[in-house]
Design a protein. Sequence first.
Length: 311
Amino acid sequence: MFQGMEYVYEVYKEKSFSKAAANLFISQPSLSANVRRVENRIGYPIFDRSTKPLGLTECGKQYMQCVERIMNIERDFSDFINDWEGLKTGSLVLGGSNLFSSWFLPPMIAAFAARYPHIQIQLVEESTVKLTKLLQRGMIDLILDNTYLDPEIFDNRLYQEEHLILAVPRSFSINKDLKEFQLSVCDIQTGKFLGSDFLSVPFSRFRNEPFIMLKQENDTGKRAINICRENNFDPVVVFEMDQQMTSYNVTCSGMGISFIGDIMVSKVSPDPNVVYYKLPLKDNCRNICFYWKKGRYLSRAMEEFLKMSKK
């Protein structure tokens, strides 16, 4: 019943017979015939050909779930065999949001590739929500993220701790009254600002200022809202973004205040047009972790990458 599933799955991925046929290097009529044979063996159609893009029937949805489970089993066994071959063949799919895929994962990948040049590495850059779905479906091996993922579904390994700080455009007049609370880039990069000698900014002073917030499904967005409400106000939101890096760039342009991690300041070139402040400790500390799907075989490639990426 699952003979020829690779043809069906390619059509499902591309939502197009023509694109799938091109990927498989076969003609479209040949691909259509292969898919029809599978549907005939099942006794029901897999694809709803009346929709654009191509959709799945109810039977097709169940079929695809089974196919993905089969593919995950095959992949786990392939990873096991690759381990026996001393990492001379194999693949590793990594995922991260814009911040992690731009500044953190590339040097780790470079070091890993230098040691294991035969391992094919793919880097997927997406929002945390999409990355989590791909990880759960087994389409990604590891993601690096600063959100909290359900330990019933995902295993994790700590990479480092992160603290949220406030980034404010230097042009905002409120900065004139808060000079004693301002942090230097060096204070942030060295972690000195975490000491008791550095005061948290009186956050309620920002109640009437414009904020660049992340969407509520994002961990930073949730924490930012909590911090505002702990200080008895709802923020004036002028923009709502998907990723922390984007919100910071908007702050650099002078359009609003954003919540960023201290690790961003350590990786991204500091902007002279931004002033930084320490936030109240509650809700501003979190872990950056590598995550993988719970229960899956942890291949040697994954283990070696995790080992090499330890801080």
